[in-house]
Ligand binder design. Structure first.
Ligand SMILES: Nc1ncnc2c1ncn2[C@@H]1O[C@H](COP(=O)(O)OP(=O)(O)OP(=O)(O)O)[C@@H](O)[C@H]1O
Ligand SMILES: [Mg+2]
Length: 349
């Protein structure tokens, strides 16, 4: 897939721009604030109908202009495509594919596929654990939408439990001493279905607070467990594909058979449509080269070939995969990387 042309009207800093892109690597060089990232953002918009920097469309339209237009030409194995997107903040965007208006903008997704790596992405590795949890949770919700409710329940419980702790403050001791003035706040904050004494405010002030907190603790543990179990199952769901591909490697096996072996468990697990790229590629003098581990490649593997096994699940703009670099030996595959593939839960207690 090759983006051959990008033309902008009133997008970010560009009143107009017209870029022809050759095959291979393009490097954009210019002073700070010149508009390099704006171009990458425009390309990303064609691929995802969203910006990697902002949540709404308004900042994408050049100041003083009403709408932005992004035009792009894409050459791929499926032929040439011309995508035109009119970005109308606050109103529906208009999208045309090969000059034909599309009823729904989303139909454009998948015509151009991009991988974006931005400096902000490093925070996934360097940043707080909370960012990694958020990434996993985004992925979880994208693969299993019911987790949207679990996640918002969890966030609500944490918020309300924190509010209770703050309002009761130092006056609460889990052993039971509390000032009477904190009872009403604590009672009002009781979770639905909480203990009657906590809701009615009867009994001592101390036991009302403690009971309310106990009820929140119960909910926090219950919903939190569900969320953690979801994260674990997601990470575990990534493993069988790698293992299956790994087991299929042997001299004489066709490259496409390795791809099929990885694809089968992903498809069986219901994520087939989210496995959007080939299983792997050769590793040698360049980064991507023969043997391509992909459907349609009947090339037989032979000892000494080194290649990646990287089946993944990409339900939306984010995705995840476990990746191995392996060498085909006389006896099968030998892994060159052996770091654990398990999600490591750190005991915060
Ligand atoms: N909606 C907008 N209207 C007009 N100008 C905008 C708009 N949004 C951003 N800009 C301008 O775009 C410029 C930033 O462009 P961009 O982020 O692409 O810079 P860059 O070349 O990537 O810079 P750096 O090297 O610092 O990363 C700024 O000058 C900013 O004022
Ligand atoms: Mg930049």
């Amino acid at each position: 897939m090759h983006l051959t042309r990008l033309a902008l009207t009133d997008f970010r800093s560009y009143a107009s721009a017209d870029l022809t892109l050759e095959a291979g690597v393009t490097t954009l060089i210019g002073p700070n604030g010149e508009g390099k990232t704006n171009l990458a953002e425009a390309i990303g918009y064609v691929a995802t109908l969203g910006s990697h920097r902002v949540a709404t469309d308004t900042p994408l339209v050049r100041q003083g202009a009403e709408r932005a237009i992004v035009r792009s030409a894409i050459a791929s194995g499926r032929g040439n495509a011309l995508i035109e997107i009119e970005i109308n903040p606050g109103r529906a965007n208009r999208v045309r594919l090969n000059r034909t208006p599309l009823p729904r903008a989303r139909e454009i997704l998948g015509v151009l596929r991009t991988v974006l790596f931005a400096p902000e992405d490093l925070s996934l590795v360097k940043g707080d654990p909370g960012e990694r949890r958020r990434f996993l949770d985004d992925l979880l919700v994208a693969t299993a939408p019911r987790y949207a409710a679990v996640r918002s329940d969890y966030e609500r419980i944490v918020r309300q439990r924190t509010a209770l702790l703050k309002s009761a403050g130092a006056r609460v001791s889990r052993g039971g001493r509390v000032a009477a003035s904190s009872v009403s706040t604590a009672s009002a904050a009781a979770p639905s279905g909480g203990p009657p004494s906590a809701r009615s405010g009867t009994g001592s002030a101390a036991s009302a607070i403690a009971a309310t907190l106990d009820a929140w603790d119960d909910q926090l543990a219950r919903v939190g467990t569900e969320l953690v179990a979801g994260r674990l199952s997601l990470v575990r769901a990534l493993r069988p594909h790698v293992e299956a591909a790994y087991a299929a490697v042997q001299p004489g096996a066709r490259a496409e058979a390795i791809d099929a072996a990885a694809r089968e468990p992903i498809t069986a697990a219901g994520y087939g449509a989210a496995f959007i790229h080939r299983t792997g590629h050769g590793i040698g003098l360049e980064s991507h080269e023969d043997p391509y581990i992909v459907a349609g490649n009947a090339e037989p593997l032979s000892p000494g070939m080194a290649f990646s096994i990287e089946p993944g699940i990409y339900p939306g703009p984010n995705g995840a995969r476990i990746e191995d670099i392996v060498v085909c030996t006389e006896n099968g595959a030998e892994r060159l990387n052996n770091v654990t593939r398990d999600l490591i839960l750190v005991d915060a207690g």
